[in-house]
Design a protein around this ligand. Structure first.
Ligand code: ADP
Ligand code: MG
Ligand code: ZN
Length: 499
């Protein structure tokens, strides 16, 4: 069933969007939140399990200290208060991916609460997003539905369960309602998730890969008539797994809900699924209320009471804030405001830094990431960081250009080769035969041929019109498929023409 959508401009003439973003971050601790099982990604199913994370009767959980430490550091980075005393809670529900029949989570006593994150929009404007809480919980297992066309449970023959992920530490970060974003609501949602990802990554507590599920976003959206105060009923679009999808999902929900409301209908509070293919959402389940979960304090775990001294020690480990970091980069690399903004909105700051750390000049590194590589990412509809090329590869390509072994055109072919999975830059150069030809005998022959083919131009150069040499350089480059060293070619032309 395809939803009716109201035109975006019309949505904004009548309605005011309110957003709420819930982001789950999977921590990169070595072991799970309540047992000693490994959290390594990609292992054989059900090889990283024990009685605790399988929820076997009589097993007792123990809190992972490193998980609590990461939670506090995330909270501090989000300007939150840190509870001096808090507990875990059982969120009771039956579902096969959670064999205990409850998820160990936090409810009314989150470890971090009442913070904010300043987020920069593409125009450079800063929006402050309120953080309601950041709490600790555990991930569920993974289900694989086999035999159907869609991978969904409907139409499948059977389902497989993998509990390796069950019990992996998660931090859920929930915003306060985001009001006043208006037409920019989809952009604000994306900018917030981007800023949060960068912040968490800078803390080194998660690899925050949306494509691998180590960062997942649920987007709550509601509309209220322009000029009114009371919030409308919200929908919650689950597991939106890329930055671009966050933006699309919010926009889609705004247009869909506006069409329903304009038509005199009502919004149902429900979860919705996002579809990458067409950017639409479809109804999931009716939303449970918190009463349905029968939350109660977890009796098998002791309360967490972080001492003031511990919290202050953790505060001292916080890295430079991304915004300050950017200011420093701007100064170090001598960027204009616009250049910095392009770099940030391309998601290229860290990639360029890593490329510089691998030995490249900052200007060259920036040039590659925000132009050629960004185009490649856009064509593939993925994020820059997801391109199958590393900062070390880019630094190597830059070094080859700087050393005169590659021209820019050849360097692009090398990058294409790396992106196509042909191996490291040097291997691509070798396999595709992309070295610059600077061997004089080969170049002289090509120059002579080009001069002979265009005698009138040759005559002009001999007559002192040095600018005419450009045409011959072009011809030589063409004849050598771009592999000639252009500077040397020009010198040879002038030599041959008695310059
Ligand atoms: P749930 O348990 O239903 O997921 P949470 O409190 O965890 O609820 O998250 C709800 C999110 O939606 C929060 O970010 C909250 O600020 C936001 N929110 C609450 N009410 C509305 C509303 N009417 N419209 C949009 N967002 C809302
Ligand atoms: Mg929630
Ligand atoms: Zn375990």
């Amino acid at each position: 069933m395809t939803a009716t959508l109201l035109d975006y401009d019309e949505v904004l003439e009548r309605f005011d969007p309110v957003l709420g973003l819930e982001v789950h971050v999977e921590l990169s601790t070595a072991t799970k939140m309540f047992c000693g099982c490994s959290t390594a990604f990609g292992a054989e199913p059900n090889t990283q399990v024990c009685p605790v994370c399988l929820g076997l009767p009589g097993s007792l959980p123990v809190v992972n200290g490193a998980g609590v430490e990461s939670a506090i550091r995330i909270g501090l980075a989000l300007n939150c208060e840190i509870a001096d005393w808090c507990r875990f809670a059982r969120k009771n529900y039956f579902y096969p991916d959670q064999p205990k029949n409850f998820q160990t989570s936090q409810y009314d006593e989150p470890i971090c609460f009442d913070g904010y994150l300043d987020v920069e929009l593409s125009e450079g404007e800063i929006v402050r997003i309120g953080i309601e809480r950041a709490h600790m919980e555990e991930d569920t297992g993974k289900m694989l539905h086999v035999g159907g066309a869609t991978g969904r449970i409907h139409g499948a023959d059977h389902s497989l369960l993998d509990y390796n992920r069950s019990g992996v530490p998660l931090i859920e970060i929930v915003t306060k309602p985001i009001e006043g974003a208006g037409a920019r609501a989809p952009e604000v949602a994306r900018a917030y998730v981007t800023a949060l990802r960068d912040l968490v990554r800078s803390l080194g507590v998660s690899d925050v890969r949306m494509d691998q599920g180590s960062m997942r976003c649920d987007a709550n959206v509601s509309l209220r008539p322009l000029g009114t105060e009371t919030f409308g009923t919200r929908t919650e679009t689950k597991n939106v797994n890329s930055l671009r999808s966050v933006q699309r999902a919010v926009r889609f929900e705004m247009c869909r809900q506006a069409a329903v409301l304009t038509d005199g209908g009502e919004i149902v509070q429900e979860t919705r699924h996002f579809h990458e293919t067409d950017g639409s959402t479809t109804a999931g389940r009716r939303k449970e209320t918190s009463e349905d979960y029968r939350y109660f304090p977890e009796p098998d775990l002791v309360p967490i009471a972080p001492s003031h001294a511990w919290v202050e020690r953790l505060r001292a480990t916080l890295p430079e804030k991304p915004a300050e970091h950017r200011k420093r980069i701007q100064a170090d690399w001598k960027l204009s405001d616009e250049e910095l903004r392009d770099l940030v909105s391309a998601g290229a700051v860290e990639l360029v830094e890593a490329t510089v750390a691998a030995g490249a000049d900052s200007e060259a590194a920036r040039g590659w990431w925000v132009s050629y590589l960004l185009q490649q990412a856009n064509t593939r509809e993925i994020e820059l960081a997801e391109l199958p090329i590393t900062p070390e590869h880019v630094a190597r390509v830059i070094a080859l250009v700087a050393g005169g072994e590659l021209t820019t055109a050849l360097a692009r072919q090398v990058v294409d080769g790396v992106l196509a999975g042909e191996g490291e830059p040097d291997a691509v150069v070798e396999a595709r035969g992309l070295k610059v030809v600077s061997d004089d005998s080969a170049l002289t022959a090509a120059v002579d041929e080009a001069l002979a083919a265009q005698p009138d131009v040759a005559e002009k150069i001999r007559g002192g019109k040095v600018a005419a040499a450009g045409a011959i350089v072009g011809a030589v480059m063409k004849a050598t498929s771009g592999q000639a060293d252009a500077k040397r070619v020009r010198e040879l032309i002038l030599e041959r023409c008695g310059g």
